[in-house]
Structure formats: structure tokens, C-alpha cells
Ligand binder design. Sequence first.
Ligand SMILES: Cc1cc2nc3c(=O)[nH]c(=O)nc-3n(C[C@H](O)[C@H](O)[C@H](O)COP(=O)(O)OP(=O)(O)OC[C@H]3O[C@@H](n4cnc5c(N)ncnc54)[C@H](O)[C@@H]3O)c2cc1C
Length: 290
Amino acid sequence: MRYIKNEQFVDLSKMCTIRIGGKAKKVYFPDSPEQIKILLQEASEKNKKFFPVGIGSNTVFSDGVLDYIFVSTKELKKYSVKTEKDFFYIEAEAGVSFKTILGIVKKYNLEGFENLSGIPATIGGATVMNAGAFGTEISDIIEEVHWIDTKCRYRVLKRDEIDFSYRRSPFQKNGFVYKVVIRLKKSGKDIPSIIKKHLEERNRKQPLEYPTSGSTFKNPSEYPAGYLLEKAGLKGYRIGNVAFSEKHANFLINIGGGRFKELKELVETAERKIGVLYRIKLEREIEIVE
Ligand SMILES: Cc1cc2nc3c(=O)[nH]c(=O)nc-3n(C[C@H](O)[C@H](O)[C@H](O)COP(=O)(O)OP(=O)(O)OC[C@H]3O[C@@H](n4cnc5c(N)ncnc54)[C@H](O)[C@@H]3O)c2cc1C
């Protein structure tokens, strides 16, 4: 295989926001579609699991040594901004963070992204997860996605060719999102003040003072997951050094030195309890990699 920047025995707790996990045998840092294709090929030839990683804000890694083809998007941070009449098109490689996009949005007072502000994400991870908040999903502003499929074909998909739904996209466990184009509009509203309001609300409602992986479960159609967890007595429930937050029952937090097996036990306890008490099957939003 041609040389692609990589590191060995990487601490996985540093690759996810909840700061739990063992080691990755190897993590690759490709900087071009060609390198990504080589890694996809390698995974298929060696029959290894292929796992792209953004900020790791929706991901939890197990203990021990994981021998996956981990592909970080840290070296994929190029972006450009083009304008056409009132519209701004941001073309961003997968590793561009929401923070960077927020900077552009504030600078030009753009509309469309404000409700997503504060989600700790890369644009690649957010597209794959169809991340959303306050009634907006990233799929609402996507123009096109540049995707390398598992057969190593580089494909450019327009928004209406992509089947997004609640926290779902066709890109999950399916190749690599290399680049995303979003379309925003010059606004007459005071966008920075709307953003400030959202960030304050997140600070108030979410346990951002702890390492966390955000919402653990998707909201079932019947009730919000946080409400069910609270009713089941799991708000603040702690095993070892991991707990469901007192501030937001659906957020798992690492109180300090939390272990994977504690987290897994909490997740499974919640699934069991909600199943028994309310006959509702919780679906995980976080992804557990083990
Ligand atoms: C404090 C906090 C608040 C949050 N609030 C919200 C919220 O309001 N709304 C919401 O929707 N989510 C929220 N989340 C969850 C999380 O931030 C989102 O799911 C986010 O989109 C994940 O982005 P990421 O770059 O960290 O992805 P990662 O966690 O790194 O990856 C997520 C998934 O996408 C895959 N992936 C990542 N990059 C690529 C790529 N380029 N190509 C193919 N696959 C890829 C990974 O393999 C993994 O399966 C929150 C999380 C935290 C910690």
C-alpha cells in the first residue's frame, strides 16, 4: 500500500468526546480521495472493518486493542465559499467542523444553519448521521454530497437523490463521505443573536461540563427518550464513573476515569428497563464500536 499518514496504538479515548476507550492498532489520516480509495480497498481485501471518525461525538469505543481500518478526517479540512445572488454555497471536506461553518455563517449573516449551532460535529459525521436540532436537519441545507462508495467509485449525489430521515442516511456503514456542499442564504435577521440563544440553551440543558456522547438513544415516536429514562428512575443513575446525567437523562457522562464496561451496562440496563416498563424498544443513537 502507498504511504498514507498514520499513527499506531492510538488512544481511542482521545478520538471521542466521552473520553472512554482502549487503543486503535492503527489510525489513518488520508488527505485525498485517492488515499481514501486505497483504504477502502485495503479493508475489502483484508476483510477488515472500515471506520471513519470525525470528532467522535456520536461514537463510543470499547477497551482493548481494536484492529479496524480507522480513518480520521483530520487532514480533510479544506473548504471554499461561493456566492450566487443571495445564496452562499459552502463546499467543505468531511473534516471541516461545525465551528468553522459557524464562523462563516456569522461573518456573512447567513440563514439556514443557525439551529445546528453548538452540535459538536464535522460536516462528514453530521451528514452521515443527518444531525439535527430545533427543527432543522443538515439534510435541509445540503446541496450535494461527494461520496466514495464501497466499490471505490467517486460519486456526486444531489440532495434529491439522497434518502435522509431522522438520524439516518444511506452513508451509514457505507463508504466514505468526502465532501459536502451546503446552501445558505443571506439573511435579514440577526443571525448571531439567534445562535447565541441556541448556545445558551444548550449550556443550560446539556451537561457540557462533562465529557459526553450526547443523546444516547433516538427519540421513540411515543415519547422523548429523556422523558422515558427519567420516568424509569434512570436520571442521574450511575455505574462506577459513568452516569445518565442529572441535567439531561438521555446524555451519558464520564464523571472521571469512566470505563467502557460501565457505559455498556448503563445502556443495556436502560434498554431492558424501558422495554419492561413501557414495552418500548429504545434505538441507540450513539454508536458503540467494539
Ligand atoms: C454535547 C453533544 C451534543 C450533541 N447534540 C446533538 C444534536 O443536537 N443533534 C444531533 O443530531 N446530534 C447531536 N450530538 C451527536 C453528534 O454530535 C452528532 O451525531 C454529530 O453529527 C457527529 O459528528 P462527528 O463528526 O463527531 O461524527 P463521529 O461520531 O466521528 O461519527 C459518527 C458516525 O459517522 C461516521 N462517519 C464520520 N465521518 C464520516 C465520513 N466522512 N464518511 C463516512 N462516515 C463517517 C462514523 O463512522 C460514525 O458511524 C451531540 C453530541 C454531543 C457530545
